[in-house]
Design a protein around this ligand. Sequence first.
Ligand SMILES: Cc1cc2nc3c(=O)[nH]c(=O)nc-3n(C[C@H](O)[C@H](O)[C@H](O)COP(=O)(O)OP(=O)(O)OC[C@H]3O[C@@H](n4cnc5c(N)ncnc54)[C@H](O)[C@@H]3O)c2cc1C
Length: 227
Amino acid sequence: MARDRTRVRRHPERGHYGRAAVEAVLDSGVVAHVAFVDAGQPYCVPMLHARSGDVLYIHGSSASRTIRLLGTGIPACVTVTAIDGLVLARSAFEHSANYRSVMLLGRFARVEAPDDRVAAFQAFTNKLVPGRWEEVRVPNAKELKATAILALVIEEAAVKIRTGPPSDDDSPDAARDTWAGVLPMALQLGDPEPAPGLRDGIPLAPSVRALLRRGELSTSDANAELR
Ligand SMILES: Cc1cc2nc3c(=O)[nH]c(=O)nc-3n(C[C@H](O)[C@H](O)[C@H](O)COP(=O)(O)OP(=O)(O)OC[C@H]3O[C@@H](n4cnc5c(N)ncnc54)[C@H](O)[C@@H]3O)c2cc1C
């Protein structure tokens, strides 16, 4: 999926270009940073996202500057990043992070077909909590109208992954008494906080229970293979 401008040049051994790698890192992140240029000024906007097949969806108010501009098909860059650990070396210079990140280049287009728009809503909802769509009221015509949905076909992408310990084990710095190693990091779900207006006797949603049982935010088998 890489073209020249998405080929990883710094640490090329950390670059991956297969569809499975791209989809795994996209699916593992809740927040996408969506970048574009408006009147010569780059902006980078954090947004929710969802993937269905080879399409990445974003959505927002039709009145939003970001949505309005991206919907015209201007060039866009999307990144999703997961941080897996702090890499602590003996020297300040060798400090780093273990991460998985993906960068997509392309252009968004507005999703207009009613069925596709509902499918995108479903993807957004189930991306947050798998199975949630089946538990909630689906969007009505007014809600669908107020929301613009944009789709980017995933064609040009690169994944970059760093894993492992600090890289100064074999350097003269290893003679120092400074602790070195990796401090693993992960996003963690907390205890559910019921809405103040939740009526008595309503149990925790099955989708939320299932997510808590798995103990992890959205991930996939392919993602585990990449680590
Ligand atoms: C985790 C997360 C998820 C989000 N998900 C969505 C989503 O799915 N859909 C959606 O439409 N919006 C989402 N937002 C809000 C989004 O980041 C933008 O604020 C929103 O899209 C409006 O964009 P705009 O260009 O129209 O804003 P404008 O109000 O026109 O932006 C004007 C200026 O306000 C500042 N600004 C705007 N947004 C932010 C921000 N998030 N943080 C700091 N400064 C900002 C910038 O300086 C920007 O140039 C999300 C935000 C976060 C943090």
